[in-house]
Design a binder for this molecule. Structure first.
Ligand SMILES: [Zn+2]
Length: 278
């Protein structure tokens, strides 16, 4: 959603100047604020791109402006002269004098960094994220290859889903929802999954992501590129995540919560039975 908004509003435009209003927002840019603003002035934004949870603006000269939205980051497109938002961290002005791009982040966990673009996996990717896998919604995502890679791991299936190198874009919430749809317990071992189970799991992840995108798209506004992707989907469409003790929408059994990597896993104990170990 954020990528689509940026593509519509800033692609094809030339940056006039960038103001960094809080140094923390560009802490990931090791060369500092002067290097950051100096390199961006005069750069043309070719396209807004995304891989998994990573978002970047492709610039001329094989550079990329990587954006991290963190927990609370927002990209806003605002007419010049509009009052500054309280937590405005970075402002990008364009040579055409049109609406400016603003990065607003209350907690400033997010921010920007410049990265080189490198040839990887048949496309140009920021060097810092070149190891990240395609996400299941990517038209070039190869499900057969991904299922093979999944089954060659020696780990629990949810860990493999969250790892981002095999498939990307699947976080804790999407993983639990996809596992529920595929009727797999989170601790199933990847090497014991059948081809059909692996395929169904990745298809389920793609479906969950597509539905979240669709639900979020309904609140899209021309001047408001969007918040951090956490749309109404989270209230309306979750089958298991955050639903402990509520009935499974498929079988009515109470959903169970278990601790998982300092977070939680939610699952239906009947639809997603725990694997038996020898
Ligand atoms: Zn169930």
């Amino acid at each position: 959603m954020v990528r689509a908004g940026l593509q519509a509003h800033v692609a094809g435009r030339v940056i006039a100047r960038v103001d960094v209003l809080h140094p923390r927002a560009i802490r990931r840019h090791a060369l500092g604020p002067e290097d950051f603003t100096g390199r961006l002035a005069g750069a043309r934004i070719e396209a807004a791109r995304r891989r998994g949870k990573y978002l970047w603006l492709e610039l001329s000269d094989k550079e990329a402006l990587l954006a991290h939205l963190g927990m609370s980051g927002q990209m806003l497109v605002q007419p010049e002269g509009e009052p500054d938002e309280k937590h405005l961290r970075v402002r990008v002005r364009f040579t055409d004098g049109g609406p400016e791009l603003r990065f607003v982040d209350q907690r400033t966990f997010g921010g920007f960094a410049l990265s080189d673009l490198v040839d990887a996996d048949g496309e140009l990717l920021p060097s810092t994220i070149a190891h990240i896998g395609r996400d299941p919604m990517d038209p070039q995502f190869d499900p057969k290859q991904a299922v093979r890679a999944l089954r060659s791991r020696r780990t629990e299936v949810k860990r493999a889903l969250l790892d981002q190198t095999l498939v990307s874009g699947v976080g804790n919430i999407y993983a639990d929802e996809a596992l529920w749809r595929a009727k797999l317990h989170w601790s199933r071992l990847t090497e014991k999954l059948t081809n059909a189970q692996g395929t169904l799991l990745l298809e389920s992840a793609a479906d969950v992501m597509a539905e979240a995108l669709k639900a979020g798209g309904t609140s899209f506004d021309a001047l408001y590129v969007n918040v951090n992707g956490q749309s109404g989907y989270f209230e309306r469409s979750l089958n298991v995540y955050g639903q402990a003790d509520r009935p499974c929408p498929r079988c009515g059994t109470p959903i169970r919560r278990e601790p998982f990597m300092n977070r939680s896993s939610y699952f239906c104990p009947r639809c997603q039975p725990r694997p038996r170990r020898k």
